[in-house]
Ligand binder design. Structure first.
Ligand SMILES: Nc1ncnc2c1ncn2[C@@H]1O[C@H](COP(=O)(O)OP(=O)(O)O)[C@@H](O)[C@H]1O
Ligand SMILES: [Mg+2]
Length: 294
């Protein structure tokens, strides 16, 4: 009851941060494209969005948007730069934090470094409404902490059979290894809404037969080359091609995210998220069932 009252207060005051990790069973399904466009659509709704980018190089959010990173999260960890200095500005004013090797080194942090990282996220110069995390695909060990520490987990799947199989495998690891029960699903690159629904039903039917999970179908993104073109221009479809079905899709997805219930208690704070991320990284590193260690 108290949690509900607290949740309502936060919702009315807007005084919370939503932390959403986008992940996928394999590369190439369009996770980063989905993230950039969802981030921009949320920003267009007036949200201050921070993107935490676990990738480096050409396939990272930074690389795909043609931004030039000078620093990354590891500089914040080493207290050489503030978080404000590390952040880059993307389309619609989204703030992009290149995590680089910063996330992978969380396990080895001393108490003081941990505290300074938590503080860095807790004391940003501007309030953040939504954090979108672009996690590395699959069940590689350093991926999971980001997925586990997030309040909400979105799995991006495309209609290829291998993508569906890998999505299921990831759901299984997160569910059986870490008791994660609830997943949002976006189906990308569909020829029709029917195809999107069929892909979702396929993943959901296998998952519900073998696992105790709740899968929420958020919707599907059409196959549209304008998505690639917009990214190449360093922009999002809601801005570059606002009249397309793809742009409308991202406006709808952003509205949906906005309407999710607010996180309860401490979960709604950025510093607390960092704290949880560090703890989860350590737990995952010690987890014997995982392929590879941090
Ligand atoms: N809905 C879509 N329609 C057409 N092309 C897409 C779509 N989604 C992604 N792409 C393209 O597919 C390629 C892979 O997308 P990307 O977002 O990098 O995938 P991931 O992050 O999952 O590896 C990129 O060239 C991107 O522009
Ligand atoms: Mg990617």
């Amino acid at each position: 009851m108290q949690d509900q009252a607290e949740g309502l207060r936060r919702l009315l005051s807007g005084d919370f941060v939503r932390i959403v990790t986008l992940t996928s069973g394999r590369r190439g399904v369009g996770k980063t494209t989905t993230l950039i466009n969802l981030a921009a659509a949320l920003a267009k709704r007036g949200k201050q969005v921070m993107v935490l980018d676990e990738h480096q190089g050409a396939h990272s959010v930074v690389g795909m948007l043609g931004l030039t990173p000078y620093y990354d999260l590891s500089h914040v960890v080493r207290r050489e730069r503030s978080l404000d200095q590390v952040m880059l500005t993307g389309p619609e004013g989204i703030l992009v934090v290149p995590a680089g090797k910063g996330v992978q080194s969380l396990v080895g942090l001393g108490a003081e470094e941990q505290a300074s990282l938590v503080r860095a996220f807790g004391q940003l110069s501007q309030p953040i409404d939504v954090v979108l995390v672009d996690a590395v695909a699959g069940v590689a060990s350093h991926v999971l902490p980001l997925s586990l520490a997030a309040q909400e987990l979105v799995l991006v799947v495309d209609p290829q059979a291998a993508s569906m199989t890998d999505a299921y495998a990831l759901i299984k690891v997160l569910n059986q290894g870490f008791a994660r029960r609830s997943f949002h699903i976006i189906v990308n690159r569909v020829a029709s809404p029917e195809e999107g629904e069929a892909v979702f039903r396929n993943v959901a039917s296998v998952a519900s037969r073998f696992l105790k999970v709740t899968l929420d179908y958020m919707g599907c993104v059409p196959r549209d080359d304008k998505l690639r073109r917009a990214t190449q221009l360093g922009r999002a479809v809601v801005d570059a091609f606002p009249a397309t079905v793809a742009a409308q899709t991202f406006r709808d997805l952003a509205e949906e995210v906005d309407q999710w219930p607010p996180p309860g208690g401490e979960d709604g704070q950025l510093g607390a998220f960092m704290q949880r991320l560090i703890q989860t990284s350590r737990a995952a590193a010690g987890e014997p069932g995982l392929p590879g260690r941090l």
